[in-house]
Design a protein around this ligand. Sequence first.
Ligand code: FES
Ligand code: FES
Length: 155
Amino acid sequence: MRITFRLNGVDTVIDTNPDRRVVDLLREDFNLTGTKESCGAGDCGACTVLVDGESRLSCLMLAAQLEGRQITTIEGVANGDVLNRVQRAFVEKGAVQCGFCIPGMALATLDLLNRNPAPSRTEIREGLAGNLCRCTAYQKIVDAVEAASASATDE
Ligand code: FES
Ligand code: FES
């Protein structure tokens, strides 16, 4: 099946099996390995991508559902070598331990801050409830999201 979509700002056409999972397609066909797979069942958020700006689980999404969509992976978030404010905040607050959950956390954070630019710590925890960190770095992740939110006016 021929599928046309926009991937990290680039118009993209692929010819692939419509039943393929998007997480596989991104990692295998596009080498976008920042998109992680852990549970493969919609429970951990490691595979989060943005679909038309909203966070979605790419392990539950099929290739056919890409048609006409704008997809952003963690590789599409920075501006060249300049990190996005969310990425910067995660680094500056020491929120990254093994890093496995961080791409999904960062993308879910972008979605959250888009919907709620100044979330409380409770709202941050609720907003990221679908993203699990097996290193349990939650406190610093919440610190990072707070910092990213506060830095919004700088940009
Ligand atoms: S790998 Fe998709 S939610 Fe866990
Ligand atoms: S930093 Fe290791 S899983 Fe979150």
